[in-house]
Design a binder for this molecule. Structure first.
Ligand code: BEZ
Ligand code: FE
Length: 297
C-alpha cells in the first residue's frame, strides 16, 4: 500500500517482472521502436510502483481511457486534448523545435486548423464575419540572419468573441481564418478580431479530469499562426494578449513570455492605418515580428 515499506522479496518480484517485459521486446528489429517500447515499459512500471496503484484505481484508469476513445471521432479528438492538458504536446513541441538563434518560439497546434483557408490580400480582413472588436495585426517575417522572407505563407485562425471557432458552429461557415503571403520586404498586415479567452471542449472525459483536479479548461486569449517558407522550419505558434487573466493558467501550457504581445486599444474615432471605416467603435492593434529558423536545425 502507498506509504508502507515494501519488503525486499516483494521488490525483487516486481523488478523481475519489469525485466521480463523489457526482454520481451529484445527481438524488435526496428531499433527505434525497441528503444521506445522498452523505455515506455520501464516508465509505466515506475509510475505503478511509485504510487502503489490499487486494482480499483487501475480499472478507473482503463475506464477513463475507454471513454476518451469512445468520444473521439472525425470532429472530436479527445486523445489530443488529453495530451495537451497533460503538457505532453508542449513537451514534444519543445523537444522538436530546438532554440535556434532568435527564431520565434513554437506552441500547440490545437484542433481547429482547417486546410484550404481563404486567401486574403495584404491588409485584408480574416474575420470573414466573425464577431468581435476589429484588430489590426502587422509585422514582418525574417530569417535568423536578419534577412526579410518575402512570399512566406502565413495561416491565421482564431475564435470569435464568443470563444467559438467557425468549425464549432453547425452552419458550415468559414470565419476567423485565412492565409496571406508576406510582401517582398517580409512585411504583412491584416484585420482580424481581438482575441478573447475560451474553454477547450470540456464536456467529455478530459473535462471531467480537469474538474476532478480543480483545473480550469480556459485557454488564454490568442491568435494562431502557421508560417512556412522554402528552406525554413515551419513555425506553428500563437500570439497572446498582455494582461490576459489566463496567461498563467492556460489549460494546455501553451503560453511563452516571448509570445505575449501588447494589444493596444484605440478609442472610437481613431483613424485606422489603412483608412478603413470601422464605425463608431473601439479597435485594437498589435505587432508580431516573426523569425524563422532554417529547416535543417
Ligand atoms: C486551441 O488553441 O485552439 C486549442 C489548443 C489545444 C486544445 C484545444 C484548443
Ligand atoms: Fe485556439
Amino acid at each position: 500500500m502507498a506509504g508502507e515499506a515494501v519488503s525486499v522479496e516483494q521488490q525483487v518480484r516486481e523488478e523481475e517482472l519489469i525485466e521480463r517485459v523489457v526482454a520481451s521486446f529484445e527481438a524488435t528489429t526496428d531499433p527505434r521502436l525497441k528503444q521506445i517500447m522498452q523505455a515506455a515499459v520501464r516508465h509505466l512500471h515506475a509510475f505503478l510502483r511509485e504510487v502503489r496503484l490499487t486494482e480499483a484505481e487501475w480499472n478507473v484508469g482503463l475506464d477513463f481511457l475507454t471513454a476518451v476513445g469512445h468520444i473521439t471521432d472525425d470532429r472530436r479528438q479527445e486523445f489530443i486534448l488529453l495530451s495537451d492538458t497533460l503538457g505532453a504536446s508542449m513537451q514534444t513541441i519543445a523537444i522538436n523545435n530546438e532554440a535556434s538563434a532568435d527564431a520565434t518560439e513554437a506552441t500547440v497546434f490545437g484542433p481547429f486548423f482547417v486546410e484550404d483557408s481563404p486567401q486574403v490580400a495584404l491588409g485584408g480582413d480574416i474575420a470573414g464575419g466573425a464577431s468581435g472588436q476589429p484588430c489590426w495585426v502587422e509585422g514582418s517575417v525574417h530569417d535568423t540572419d536578419g534577412r526579410p522572407v518575402g512570399g512566406a505563407r502565413i495561416e491565421v485562425w482564431e475564435a470569435d468573441e464568443d470563444g467559438l471557432y467557425d468549425v464549432q458552429y453547425d452552419d458550415n461557415r468559414t470565419a476567423g481564418r485565412a492565409h496571406l503571403f508576406s510582401a517582398e520586404d517580409g512585411t504583412f498586415r491584416f484585420w482580424s478580431v481581438t482575441p478573447t479567452p475560451y474553454p477547450i471542449p470540456h464536456d467529455g472525459p478530459v473535462g471531467r479530469m480537469l474538474a476532478a483536479t480543480g483545473r480550469s479548461p480556459m485557454r488564454a486569449s490568442h491568435l494562431h499562426f502557421m508560417v512556412s517558407a522554402d528552406g525554413r522550419r515551419t513555425l506553428v505558434t500563437h500570439i497572446f494578449v498582455r494582461g490576459d487573466e489566463f496567461l498563467s493558467s492556460d489549460s494546455v501550457f501553451g503560453v511563452k513570455d516571448s509570445l505575449v504581445k501588447e494589444y493596444v486599444e484605440q478609442p472610437a474615432g481613431t483613424s485606422t492605418p489603412d483608412g478603413r471605416d470601422v464605425g463608431n467603435q473601439t479597435w485594437s492593434r498589435v505587432r508580431f515580428d516573426i523569425v524563422l529558423a532554417p529547416d535543417d536545425v
